[in-house]
Write a protein that binds this ligand. Structure first.
Ligand SMILES: [Zn+2]
Length: 200
């Protein structure tokens, strides 16, 4: 962000004022609004999840599956609060090997077999943040105006409409990962996990 850097470095009042006006103009635009809102959510998520004791790798290692489930529920509570939506239940489920989690419209499911395993904690937190982002997308589609960028919500709604969602099994990893709801969830969760510096 060279303009922002310039505004911070340069104390000359007229230039500072001009840059500030540019930034305000950008924020009025729906697209910039959504990007800014997402940036702030990611920042808040990193700050909040850093305080969750159980996601420190050595702490996670020492927890049984019940303790781990509590930690993951706590992660979901924090993310829901940051996103301004109701939280959902995190529940263990018999998912196929290689499937970390899913969102069924009401609950976040985590792979029950994995919960006892020694996958890195970042993988689990990534799953909760990713699936929770689907809960956010769902909430946005059900509550017009909740996310102000109508184009973004429209793309999510269209992607979620019956017959439009592309499963990885049927369509392959590339088409699956690049559809609107998955691209958004992958990108969002990656930014949070990278911000936390957790190994995956
Ligand atoms: Zn997904």
């Amino acid at each position: 962000m060279p303009e922002l850097q310039h505004a911070v470095d340069d104390v000359a009042a007229p230039e500072l004022a001009a840059d500030s006006v540019d930034m305000l103009d950008g924020a009025v635009d729906g697209q910039a609004d959504f990007a800014l809102e997402t940036d702030l959510q990611v920042q808040d998520a990193v700050a909040a999840l850093q305080q969750v004791d159980g996601i420190a790798p050595e702490r996670w290692q020492s927890l049984d599956s019940g303790g781990r489930l509590e930690v993951l529920q706590n992660v979901e509570e924090q993310m829901a609060a940051i996103q301004g939506r109701p939280s959902v239940e995190v529940t263990p489920s018999e998912l196929g090997a290689g499937t970390y989690g899913a969102f069924d419209g009401q609950r976040i499911m985590v792979n029950a077999a994995d919960l006892n395993g020694d996958q890195p904690v970042g993988e689990f937190v990534d799953t909760i943040v990713h699936e929770g982002r689907h809960a956010y997308q769902n909430y946005a589609v059900d509550h017009p105006g909740f996310v102000t960028d109508a184009a973004v919500v429209g793309a999510w709604a269209d992607n979620m409409a019956p017959g439009n969602y592309l499963s990885a099994e049927q369509y392959g990893q590339e088409l699956y990962a690049s559809q609107p709801v998955e691209a958004d969830a992958w990108n969002y969760a990656s930014r949070v996990i990278d911000g936390l510096g957790l190994p995956r």
